[in-house]
Design a protein around this ligand. Structure first.
Ligand SMILES: C[S@@+](CC[C@H](N)C(=O)[O-])C[C@H]1O[C@@H](n2cnc3c(N)ncnc32)[C@H](O)[C@@H]1O
Length: 216
């Protein structure tokens, strides 16, 4: 680990808006935030540009930016402090254990941004959009909640669409080229670090919204 990364890793433990595997907050998230309001998650947030942008756009929503890497989370946490945001937290945890952290039907919406594709078949279980996890996300979501995903990876997107179909989820919004589509709005035009990189290389960005089947 570089010295700068080590510094951010150490700082993560000291910041009030950062949480290390907070299993004790299951069912109590509304007590951790200053205001009890709808809770949104970003899974695999990296440096959390999207979550910080969303928390700024929507002060009447709470956000948790989630990742395994504390040095990356620390970058977002610093940004949130600089902007005076109290409606966002930064959580280091393994998303594969998500059910241990949240009660069923307690989440208003989930973002999954540029998840690692894990292209080898033997790593399928690590993909954040494999169907066991998608099924779990929809148990944690409220009945009108949704999962929004952005990815540069054609193979992972085809996999995700197939997994969603097997679960009978509605793929009501999908475009293989968000930045040349009618779906580009204030929220999904906020760019993550990986998105900036892929756009510079002229890579198309897939965008998908999943909802419970039958939901409008
Ligand atoms: C390709 S990066 C994308 C980062 C960010 N979303 C972006 O678009 O710039 C994927 C991120 O997912 C995180 N990640 C992968 N698997 C995870 C898991 N099981 N639990 C928590 N974070 C995970 C990685 O640490 C990494 O920061």
């Amino acid at each position: 680990m570089t010295r700068v990364k080590q510094h951010r890793h150490d700082k993560f433990r000291l910041l009030d808006n950062c949480l290390e595997q907070p299993l004790y907050l299951k069912g109590k998230w509304n007590q951790w935030f200053p205001t009890d309001q709808p809770l949104y998650l970003e899974l695999g947030c990296g440096k959390a540009e999207l979550s910080v942008g969303l928390a700024t756009l929507f002060p009447q929503r709470n956000f948790l930016a989630i990742d395994l890497k504390s040095d990356r989370l620390c970058r977002g946490a610093d940004q949130a402090i600089a902007k005076g945001l109290s409606n966002i937290g930064f959580v280091r945890m393994d998303i594969l254990d998500i059910a241990a952290y949240f009660e069923p039907q307690s989440i208003a919406g989930i973002w999954i941004t540029f998840p690692d594709p894990y292209p080898r078949d033997r790593d399928e279980k690590k993909r954040l959009t494999q169907k066991t996890l998608l099924n779990l996300y929809f148990q944690l979501l409220q009945s009108d909640g949704d999962v929004r995903m952005k990815s540069d990876n054609d193979g992972l997107m085809a996999f995700t669409l197939a997994e969603a179909q097997q679960l009978n989820l509605s793929t009501d919004i999908y475009t293989p080229d968000l930045h040349n589509s009618a779906y580009l709005d204030e929220q999904n035009s906020l760019l993550t670090r990986f998105e900036q990189k892929f756009l510079k290389g002229n890579k198309n960005i897939h965008y998908l919204r999943l909802t419970h089947a039958g939901q409008l």
